[in-house]
Design a protein around this ligand. Structure first.
Ligand SMILES: C[S@@+](CC[C@H](N)C(=O)[O-])C[C@H]1O[C@@H](n2cnc3c(N)ncnc32)[C@H](O)[C@@H]1O
Length: 281
């Protein structure tokens, strides 16, 4: 490490050690940024040197605050008080910025999914690989599609299940994730059970074999394209002739969903935000 980067590391670690606010639970973004910086720096340095020892001890202290915060949130969720506990973190504004942030870090620690032990199967044509909807957009989805505990929310291509799990916690709605990769569906189900969320379930199946009869709100984070998307939209259109539904969509599939004549947008569409549609009969 050269002199300039060592001087910078000294200044950073001095500043982080002095910043007493980093251990306050609500200083989440700042604490996660500090933890990430320390991890990156410790990866590149010798941690038996005095500065490395200070950095490791600071990292352990902040990681402990974070672990206790996540355990407290898990306890609230298991006690059925997760909505109030998690709404404290609701972003004031969802402005269409791209990428993931500290809320994704928090929720992945709270949900604590097990790592897949077997390889994930290759995807068939028109299937899109797993990528989670960023957490701030899930808060936005819940608010703008007005989900209540009378709804049945279905995530089409649910991956590890962040969306149905968070929607169930925030709204009390029955939530279902349909996922073709049985490893993801199994890990998601285990997470829901460990949080004692009995209104969430996951089905390891292709959406083309699924029954959408109960659904009132369907989420599509561009899970598939081409003929699979066309077939699913046609099935939903037929269901919507009998029963009103909302569709939330995110990513490139939104332009295809928006072109469906049987759907009306709810509010103006903003790029990089969840789009909400209602069926019209
Ligand atoms: C972009 S990810 C979306 C994950 C999740 N819905 C979210 O918003 O966080 C797409 C997911 O859809 C799944 N998928 C793709 N084609 C599918 C199909 N035909 N049936 C069920 N799941 C499918 C993929 O395995 C992947 O996990």
């Amino acid at each position: 490490m050269n002199d300039v980067s060592l001087t910078y590391a000294h200044a950073m670690i001095d500043a982080l050690e002095r910043d007493a606010t980093l251990v306050e639970p609500m200083q989440l973004a700042e604490r996660i940024r500090a933890l990430e910086w320390l991890e990156e720096w410790l990866d590149e340095s010798r941690d038996d040197e005095p500065l490395g020892i200070r950095a490791r001890s600071l990292h352990a202290r902040l990681a402990d605050v974070q672990a206790r915060l996540c355990e407290a949130l898990r306890i609230e969720i298991r006690a059925g008080k997760g909505a109030a506990a998690l709404r404290r973190w609701r972003p004031a504004l969802v402005d269409g910025a791209e990428g993931y942030d500290h809320l994704d870090g928090l929720l992945s620690d709270v949900f604590a999914f097990d790592e897949p032990t077997d390889p994930i199967a290759p995807l068939e044509p028109d299937m899109v690989f797993y990528q989670p909807t960023p957490v701030r957009h899930i808060f936005d989805l819940v608010e703008r599609s007005c989900i209540t505990n009378n709804d049945v929310f279905i995530d089409l291509g649910s991956g590890l299940g962040h969306v149905p799990i968070l929607v169930a916690i925030l709204t009390g709605a029955r939530c279902v994730g349909i996922e073709q990769e049985h490893i993801y569906a199994g890990l998601a189900q285990r997470c829901a059970e460990s949080l004692k969320l009995d209104t969430v379930s996951f089905e390891a199946r292709d959406v083309r074999d699924a029954d959408f009869s109960d659904g009132t709100v369907f989420h599509l984070y561009t899970p598939f394209t081409g003929a699979i998307l066309r077939g699913v939209l046609d099935t939903l259109r037929i269901k919507a002739e009998r029963r009103a539904m909302r569709i939330t969509s995110f990513g490139p599939c939104t332009s295809i969903v928006a072109a469906e004549p049987w759907l009306t947008p709810v509010g103006p569409h903003q790029p990089n935000r969840i789009a909400v549609f209602r069926s019209c009969r």
